[in-house]
Design a protein around this ligand. Structure first.
Ligand code: BGC
Length: 447
């Protein structure tokens, strides 16, 4: 193996799957307005087209975890890139609703796979000191993908060209596939599968020779203790990690992030803004996400994961409570519309420095190497399933309860999330993946 590419290129392509995750989930909010005209969709049909990707993502994250423990990180990402390309072309050319739903599910499989593989690959390549920053490049790419989708939607809105909106995702899919061909396999997976020589080469390249032998022997030591496979998943000492993963994954969704990201235009028109202001507001929300995630990348290894989650939960809850109370007190008016926009921007500000990046980073850190894929898959399935429930129930809740009550409920979930973080989350900043694994084992054997 001859590695000629620089580390930044490795981390860029390693994170690129996140961009497709963001683009493919974000693009539908604008495209659906025109799809429903061409394909004559009623409300139910629209709901199915929008949520098909989430169903696919549940499938993708369930199968990619066990697959990657066996086949490696690189092959599974390559497969996902291919599926991204097929899904983009297939959904752009769909002649009927059935075909479109099928290809959106196919795309979902790739999105679910990217959601487990990208943060894990980055975490396993990164040096401990900046592991949080490098794994949160995944979230940065997701938010850039969402913003890109909002902008493409805006550009194609006058021509109502939804097929272009969906089809353009082929381009980053193809770039990801080509880029991945040149990337190395994760050194941790290589060592787990007995390929010490290649693992050493990759680590030497990534670390410029520094501390490589120590890192290799730490990984080997944890490998010796592991059994791997389902035996390990069921082991008592792994259970706290599984519950932590499920808790983080589910709370990320039930605090309502995607009601803002997927439904921002609906919410803005609901509270009295015109459609031009609603689209502009949505692009504004997308931009706040990218900028704040950039800041999170810089903060995550300095401040730590847990303080960010605490601050984020408090900020998000407060902004939703203000939004709920203001709407109840003031009723529908332009002033309420603008106040709602400000509250949602503040909410996204806090989400983007906390629950957005931190959840995927921590999911990739808390499991032992032998079952990292399966463990991450369990967290990701929980995340996508909770996403599906929230996205499907949000419009009906808005109709039945009104905007104030709905957002006050999500605000209350933020308080529960805060209690969960304070009670259950252990900081992972500054500890190597191997130290985290040792600590997990010793904590349970002490009890
Ligand atoms: C979440 C997604 C969300 C995205 C947007 C991710 O961390 O898992 O559900 O759409 O962030 O910021």
């Amino acid at each position: 193996m001859n590695l000629r590419i620089s580390n930044s290129v490795i981390y860029f392509f390693g994170a690129l799957g996140g961009l497709l995750f963001g683009y493919d989930t974000g693009v539908i909010s604008g495209a659906i307005l025109f799809i429903r005209k061409t394909l004559h969709l009623q409300a139910f049909g629209q709901g199915i087209v929008v949520s098909a990707i989430l169903i696919g993502a549940i499938i993708g994250s369930a199968i990619s975890g066990p697959l990657t423990d066996r086949l490696g990180r690189k092959k599974v990402v390559l497969a996902a890139a291919l599926i991204f390309c097929i899904g983009a072309i297939g959904s752009a050319l769909s002649p009927s609703t059935g075909v479109l739903v099928f290809f959106r599910i196919v795309l979902g499989v790739a999105v679910g796979t990217a959601s487990t593989m990208v943060p894990m690959y980055l975490a396993e390549m990164a040096p401990t000191r900046i592991r949080g920053a490098l794994s949160s490049l995944n979230q940065l790419m997701i938010t850039i993908g969402i913003l890109l989708a909002y902008i493409i939607n805006y550009v194609f809105t006058p021509s109502q060209a939804w097929r272009w909106m969906l089809g353009l995702a082929f381009v980053p899919g193809a770039i990801l596939f080509i880029g991945m061909l040149f990337l190395p396999e994760s050194p941790r997976w290589l060592l787990k599968h007995g390929n010490e020589q290649e693992a050493r080469q990759v680590l030497n390249h990534l670390r410029k020779g520094e501390g490589v032998e120590e890192e290799l022997s730490d990984i080997k030591r944890t490998n010796e203790l592991e059994q791997g496979g389902w035996q390990e998943v069921k082991a008592k000492w792994v259970r706290p990690a599984i519950w932590l993963a499920i808790g983080l994954a589910v709370f990320q969704q039930i605090i309502g992030c995607n009601t803002v990201i997927y439904y921002a235009p609906t919410t803005f028109t609901e509270v009295g803004l015109g459609s031009a202001a609603a689209i502009l507001g949505t692009v504004g929300i997308g931009s706040v996400q990218v900028i704040m995630t950039l800041i999170a990348v810089r903060l995550i290894d300095r401040v730590g994961r847990k303080p960010l989650l605490v601050a984020g939960s408090i900020g998000m809850s407060l902004s939703l409570f203000v939004l709920g109370i203001a709407n109840a007190a003031l009723g529908k008016s332009a002033a309420t519309g603008w106040l709602t926009l400000i509250c949602l921007a503040v909410y996204i500000f806090f989400f983007s420095i906390s629950w957005g990046p931190v959840v995927w980073v921590m999911l990739s850190e808390i499991f032992p190497l032998g079952i990292r894929g399966v463990g991450m898959g369990i967290g990701a399935v929980a995340n996508w399933a909770a996403n599906l429930v929230v996205s499907l129930t949000f419009p009906a809740m808005l109709d039945a309860l009104g905007i104030s009550t709905v957002f006050i409920i999500y605000g209350a979930m933020g308080i529960l999330a805060l209690i969960f973080v304070i009670g259950k989350v252990t900081e992972t900043k500054g500890r190597s993946l191997e130290q985290i694994e040792f600590d997990l084992r010793s904590r349970v054997s002490e009890t």
